[in-house]
Design a protein around this ligand. Structure first.
Ligand SMILES: [Cu+2]
Length: 246
């Protein structure tokens, strides 16, 4: 029913987006929960029908009284009890192990092994301020409220999130990511960039002041070439702006 080792194996082969992991957990819980529900309700209804009051004066029928515990009738009952407890335990433990394994994966994120190979990981420092988002890239490039990232299904974006003033929370619903932004501390999260041309809404998820609701930004997924142009070219732009201003 639930094959955890295979899932872990898939996870290590290519990094799955957090959003996919959470969708899968939701689907598995929906299916398992529905299946258990259908069995329990069907079994209950069957007994409601089987033991209904048909008005017969069957002398053998020993109707249970209020507060009376059911008595065992031979080996059949204890077998049933054992089976139902056993099945419940197997289902519950499988689901716990399965979701815990996936949550560990989400928590850990792309491994250091990949990072040292320099493979497709871009780390962006996120600094929350009242009221907006500062992004700083490895080459010192900065951006406010717009987070350009290069596209790619295997492009991992790692975020190191902190705050310059009060507590905020960096969150992107569509990517299923959320990280506290706390002054003097760093929390990390990550996501897969995905397709070019997409934009994802960044919101502050922690009430942080009177313009909290306007504390929004965008992840802008660009083609690699477009991103490189922005990434390498905007120094000139800044210099140009500085010249004009100066
Ligand atoms: Cu905020």
């Amino acid at each position: 029913m639930i094959d955890t080792p295979v899932l872990v194996q898939q996870a290590s082969e290519s990094w799955r987006a957090q959003a996919d992991v959470f969708s899968e957990i939701f689907l598995v819980f929906l299916v398992v929960g529905t299946a258990v529900g259908v069995v329990v309700v069907a079994y209950t209804l069957y007994h409601v029908y089987k033991y209904r009051d048909i008005g017969s004066d069957d002398e053998d029928f020993d109707a249970p009284q209020l507060g009376e515990l059911p008595t065992g009738q031979g080996g059949g009952k204890s077998k049933k009890l054992f089976l139902s407890f056993g099945l419940s335990a197997i289902i519950v433990i499988s689901v716990v192990v399965y979701s815990y394994t996936l949550l560990l994966y989400v928590e850990e994120g792309p491994s250091n092994e990949i990072e040292t190979e320099g493979e497709d990981i871009l780390t962006i420092e996120v600094e929350a301020v009242q009221f907006g988002w500062n992004f700083e890239y490895p080459n010192g490039e900065t951006s406010f409220n717009e987070m350009p990232v290069p596209a790619g299904d295997d492009q991992v974006i790692r975020l190191e999130v902190t705050s310059a003033d009060v507590w905020h929370t960096f969150g992107v619903t569509e990517k299923r990511i959320k990280a506290d932004a706390i002054p003097g501390q760093t929390s990390s999260t990550w996501f897969m960039a995905g397709d070019a041309g997409e934009e994802y809404l960044i919101e502050c998820f922690e009430l942080c002041g009177n313009a909290h609701s306007q504390m929004v930004g965008n992840i802008v997924v660009m083609e690699q070439s477009e991103f490189d142009e922005w990434y390498e070219g905007s120094d000139d732009e800044q210099a140009a702006t500085a010249e004009v201003e100066g």
